[in-house]
Design a protein around this ligand. Structure first.
Ligand code: PEP
Length: 247
């Protein structure tokens, strides 16, 4: 059985390198014992080189090098042994990342031989299922001109915006996670074929905690989870990981 991927997105936390070290050590020490899980931490960029464990980055810039103050290239991340890069997170999208920018970022990550974690998800739900079209459009645009035979390297993270963060309006029911999982695979099948659609990993993100983690993996048939707030608390994050391991 393929390992479930549980990704912690620390966002702009914690405050110090010492805390980052301490939290990550506890998480990786606990996660190492579990056979069915691959735990990944996406710390803020300044802490990446300090952390020993499977690493992801929260963002990337799409240019190779040059006069781009503050920019971090895919090659730089690769040189720090980063394996995963989040692209299209809703917080980056609301800071200006268009679908076109997400597409450029996704391509540089693939070119650098890392796995992009492509975040997609609707802002709100409607009764007519327009949100499915919205998600399909985000995926299609992000994958524009990506060679079909490398699409399986992309990890999709379904993150409905209304279910993310401390102002979340609700929690996604397990069967609705399953509907979206199936729908995302259908979109991928149309783009890159049925074999890729079966192979690709789909994660769920949005207010995941120790109580609901199992539901997304079992009822939602997700290949893993993308966790925000709870990934900064080693005890809670390990509880999520253990519950996902037990499914
Ligand atoms: C996120 O912002 O990607 C996220 C999943 O956050 P949280 O788990 O805090 O809802």
């Amino acid at each position: 059985m393929a390992k479930k991927i549980i990704v912690g997105n620390w966002k702009m936390n914690p405050k110090s390198a010492r805390e980052a070290n301490d939290i990550s050590e506890k998480i990786f020490r606990g996660a190492r014992k579990l056979k069915n899980i691959s735990a990944v931490i996406c710390p803020p960029a300044p802490f990446i080189s300090l952390i020993k464990g499977v690493l992801g980055a929260q963002d990337v810039f799409y240019e190779k090098d040059g006069a781009y103050t503050g920019g971090i290239s895919a090659e730089m991340l690769k040189s720090l042994s980063v394996r995963y890069v989040i692209v299209g997170h809703s917080e980056r999208r609301s800071a200006g990342d268009t679908n076109d920018i997400v597409n450029k970022k996704l391509k540089v990550v693939l070119n650098a031989k890392m796995a992009p974690i492509l975040c997609v998800g609707e802002l709100t739900r409607d009764h007519h299922g327009q949100y499915f079209h919205f998600v399909r459009d985000q995926i299609r645009q992000a994958l524009k001109n990506v060679s079909k035979n490398i699409v399986h390297k992309i990890i999709l993270a379904y993150e409905p915006l209304w279910a993310i963060g401390k102002n979340a309006k609700g929690v996604l029911p397990g069967e609705e996670a399953l509907h979206m999982n199936i729908f995302i695979r259908k979109v991928i099948a149309d783009i890159a074929g049925a074999t890729t659609a079966k192979k690709i990993k789909v994660l769920y993100g949005g207010s995941v905690d120790a109580k609901n983690a199992k539901k997304f993996i079992s009822a939602g048939k997700m290949d893993g989870l993308l966790v925000g707030r709870e990934s900064l608390n080693p005890k809670n994050f390990l509880e999520i990981i253990k519950n996902a391991d037990a499914v």
